[in-house]
Every structure is written in structure tokens, then in C-alpha cells.
Design a protein around this ligand. Structure first.
Ligand code: BGP
Length: 474
């Protein structure tokens, strides 16, 4: 059964956030320090740094964020007012296991999410939960070197199991790792650190880094598969998904060499979801490992685990496409002259979302969920307190149109849509408040000043109407 828009009547409409980007309360109720808690603020063209522990005098925006920890009831009420029937957030690993390697969980942390999920259900809002969204316990990084150490698999699986058991009746939709494939950008210190805790050894050369990235990634896909398997045993009705950042790579020209390099880089960028969906490595990656003399520690037992823990759906974030051209033996990213870009230079490409939905559907034959999409922008509060943000609804409208075409014209099986940062929060990339995605404005600036008061932007009312009509009135 479908509705006027063509979307299923139980289509999941909501918004997405991550614990560390909005909760604040970084030391409340026994919470431990996560990798996000030691990230400095950053600025335009100044990347965020992962520091060796909390340093006096540094600005750590995630520490207080938008204090959702103490505002969640009012915030969820606002989500309900918009009509959300789902809400994607993460469980901060360090609320449950402050150091990551304990055997007994922190009850106060578990209780916070009991209360949060109960508040969601009060309004018929289904939680959609990421277990690891750039929130590795800092202790696992300083003691074990993050995911370079096989023992971290067990710590993650234990964390996952505790969450699955505790929330088996309150959460149905899960994802193991946020944007697990971003580690592809292993030369970017910030990206690889947030995804796998590979930090502190910046003297490691490119080849060593690449080898470590594949090793860490392998341990993560094994941990993910084990979690999926255990999750299904705990509650067979769980839907446990992969979560990748989907950035389609377009060839810069019709030259066969450009087309081939784009395809090869797509293979290198999406092998994580291949493994999670298929239960084995794609042949192209096995060949790549051999050719580059990469010998990740992949045991015969690991290969069985991968087969036994395949995912139920593919969740993905979509912000933009990228365009790629062959460059000697390698490739280069080039500008796409057909696309406009955001203030942060992210190309704006709604058709790319339809392309992505088609690509993912054809490759995996699994239901899909768009778990992040949106435009980071600066907002201006008018003298009367209103926030006019037509650029935000224009971006989302254009993307939702393409999403609906993918469902109606291409037959894509799509479960839901949760635009990123439905309430303003700390930007992961810049560490700043001024790159805003929300329908709800939060009064806080990049220096941490502000009342934290929440107000509805124009896009709040627009999205409310979209949800009310199940996407028919955009
Ligand atoms: C994704 C992350 C989010 C989020 C978003 C927007 O990569 O999963 O955590 O923040 O991108 O990025 P940014 O905050 O850098 O604009």
C-alpha cells in the first residue's frame, strides 16, 4: 500500500543526531571521556585536533554541546510537534562503559537511554540507534591504540550486547558504526581518528597508515558482524543495518580511463558495506590487498563470522557527489562545473541522491534508509526572533523529490528519511555551532555563548507539512 506521494504509509520521517554532538554533560552520571571529548573546536580552514587528553584552556565544544542531556524532554516534544515518527541518535559508548574495557556497565548511563527512549515512545517516535558514532572511549585509544588492536572487537561486542539486551523492547532499528567507510580518507588525521581511534602516531607514513586503516576496518567489520548475529539472537525482530557515507564518484569525462578510475574508487570506497551486506570481501579488494602487499590479519574464523552477521538494511548519509579524473597512476578529485556548492564547498546534487539509491538497491538488494542528508548553513535571527531559512527547505525539497522518484519510478525499497542535525548541534567537521542544519535553532555561538533557547525556524513548519502529507506536499 502506498499513499499519494508513493511512499509507504508507515514511512519513517524524522531527524538524525549523534550523542556527542548534542548531549553535552560529558562527565555526568559516571560518563567516561570519549574521543569526541578531546577534540578541539577547529575553525574555517583550521581542522579539529584530537588532543592527548583534555588540556587546560582549550575549547572543547562537545563537552557542553546543546545540553540535550538536560533538555531532551522539551526537544523531543518539538520533534513530535513536527510530526516525527522516528528519531536517529547514538548511544554514547562512554555513558555505558566509561573506559570501554570494563565488564559491568554504568547503570546511570543505561538509565538515561531508558528515559530517552520512553520519552520518544510517549509520542510514537521510534528510536533509530547508532552504536558507535565517532564516540570511541578515549581509554581504548590511549591504552590499545583504538581499532588497531583486535581486543577492541570484544569490547565493542560486549557494549552492543548490553545495549541490545537492555533496549530489546524499546529499540527496533539499529546501526553498528556510523560512516564506517570514511576511513577511506586515511590521510586525513581527523577522519581516521574519529572512525577508528587511529591517532597519536602521525609519523607513520602513507603505506603504514593504509595498512593500519585496513586492519582497523577489518576488526570493525568483524565486530559489526558479531554484533548483528548476537542482536538477532536477542531479538529476531531487530533490524540491524550498515551505515556508510555515500558519495557517488562521477567520472570527470567520457574518457574510458576516467570511467574506470571512478568505478575502481567506488569499489574501494564501498567494500565496507559489501562485506556487511554480502558476508565476504569483494574480489577487487582481495586483489588489491595482494597487489599492494597488504596482509591484514583476517582469519578463517573471521570469514565465518562475516558470513553469519550480514545486515538487514543499508543506512547511508548523503550530502554530495564527487567528481574524479585519472591522474597518472592515481586519481584526482575535480570540481563538477554542473553543480553549485555550499559555503563549505560541498557540491549540491539532488539527482545524486536518486543515483545513490539506485546504486545501493542494485548492489545489495536490501531495504534502504537515508539516515543523514542536509545543508549546513549560517542562519540569521531577525529582530522579531524569527529565522527565515528558505535555502534549507529548498535543499531538502529537491532531495526529497529525487527520493520519491527513486521509489516510484525506480522501485527502490526505502524505509525512511532522517535529515541530519534536525536540531542545531556541534558540527562534526568544524566543531562549530555556526554550521547549522536544524529545523530548530539553538541559541549558542562558536565561542559557547548563548542561552541555549530553542526556536522554530521557518523550515520547521515546512517539514511539518511534508511529514503530515507523507511527502505529497513539498
Ligand atoms: C557526517 C556525520 C555527522 C555529521 C555530518 C555533517 O559525516 O555522520 O556526524 O556531523 O556528517 O558534517 P559536518 O558536521 O561536518 O557538517
Amino acid at each position: 500500500m502506498t499513499t499519494k506521494s508513493g511512499l509507504r504509509p508507515d514511512f519513517l520521517w524524522g531527524g538524525a543526531v549523534a550523542a556527542h554532538q548534542l548531549e553535552g554533560a560529558w562527565q555526568a552520571d559516571g560518563k567516561g571521556v570519549s574521543i569526541a571529548d578531546v577534540m578541539t573546536a577547529g575553525a574555517n580552514n583550521v581542522p579539529r585536533q584530537i588532543t592527548a587528553g583534555v588540556q587546560p584552556g582549550q575549547n572543547y565544544p562537545n563537552h557542553s554541546a546543546i545540553d540535550f542531556y538536560h533538555h531532551y524532554k522539551a526537544d523531543i516534544k518539538l520533534f513530535a510537534e513536527m510530526g516525527f515518527n522516528c528519531f536517529r541518535t547514538s548511544i554514547a559508548w562512554t555513558r555505558i562503559f566509561p573506559n570501554g574495557d570494563e565488564s559491568a556497565p554504568n547503570e546511570a548511563g543505561l538509565k538515561f537511554y531508558d528515559d530517552l527512549f520512553a520519552e520518544c515512545h510517549k509520542y510514537g517516535i521510534e528510536p533509530v540507534i547508532t552504536l558507535s558514532h565517532f564516540e570511541l572511549p578515549y581509554h581504548l585509544v590511549s591504552e590499545y591504540g583504538g581499532w588497531r588492536d583486535r581486543r577492541v572487537i570484544d569490547f565493542f561486542v560486549h557494549f552492543a550486547e548490553v545495549c541490545f539486551k537492555r533496549y530489546r523492547h524499546s529499540v527496533k532499528y539499529w546501526m553498528t558504526f556510523n560512516e564506517i567507510n570514511n576511513q577511506m580518507m586515511y590521510m586525513n588525521d581527523f577522519t581516521v581518528a574519529t572512525n577508528s581511534g587511529l591517532v597519536f602516531r602521525h609519523n607513520e607514513d602513507a603505506a603504514t597508515r593504509e595498512a593500519l586503516m585496513y586492519q582497523a576496518s577489518h576488526y570493525e567489520v568483524v565486530a559489526s558482524a558479531l554484533a548483528v548475529k548476537i542482536g538477532h539472537q536477542i531479538n529476531p525482530n531487530f533490524e540491524i543495518g550498515s551505515m556508510v557515507n555515500f558519495t557517488p564518484l562521477y567520472p570527470a569525462s567520457a574518457a574510458p580511463a576516467d570511467i574506470l578510475v571512478a568505478e575502481k574508487m567506488m569499489q574501494r570506497r564501498y567494500w565496507w558495506s559489501d562485506v556487511q551486506a554480502w558476508g565476504h570481501y569483494p574480489c577487487g579488494m582481495e586483489a588489491y590487498f595482494k597487489q599492494h602487499n597488504l596482509r591484514p590479519d583476517i582469519t578463517a574464523e573471521d570469514r565465518i563470522v562475516l558470513q553469519e552477521g550480514t545486515v538487514d538494511y543499508i543506512g547511508f548519509s548523503y550530502y554530495n557527489s564527487m567528481t574524479i579524473a585519472v591522474d597518472g597512476e592515481g586519481f584526482k578529485i575535480v570540481a563538477n562545473p554542473t553543480l553549485e556548492t555550499s559555503e563549505w564547498d560541498w557540491p549540491i546534487d539532488p539527482i545524486g541522491l536518486r543515483y545513490s539509491l539506485n546504486w545501493l538497491q542494485d548492489r545489495y538488494h536490501l531495504p534502504l534508509m537515508i539516515v543523514e542528508n542536509g545543508l549546513g548553513a549560517r542562519d540569521k535571527v531577525e529582530a522579531d526572533g524569527r529565522i527565515h531559512d528558505p535555502y534549507r527547505s529548498a535543499y531538502l525539497r529537491a532531495h526529497i523529490e529525487q527520493m520519491i522518484k527513486a521509489v516510484n519510478d525506480d522501485g527502490v525499497d526505502l524505509w525512511g528519511y532522517t535529515p541530519w542535525g534536525c536540531i542545531d548541534l556541534v558540527s562534526a567537521g568544524t566543531g562549530q555551532m555556526s554550521k547549522r542544519y536544524g529545523f530548530i535553532y539553538v541559541d549558542k555561538d562558536d565561542d559557547g555563548n548563548g542561552t541555549l533557547a530553542r526556536s522554530r525556524k521557518d523550515s520547521f513548519y515546512w517539514y511539518q507539512k511534508v511529514i503530515q502529507t507523507n511527502g505529497a506536499d513539498l
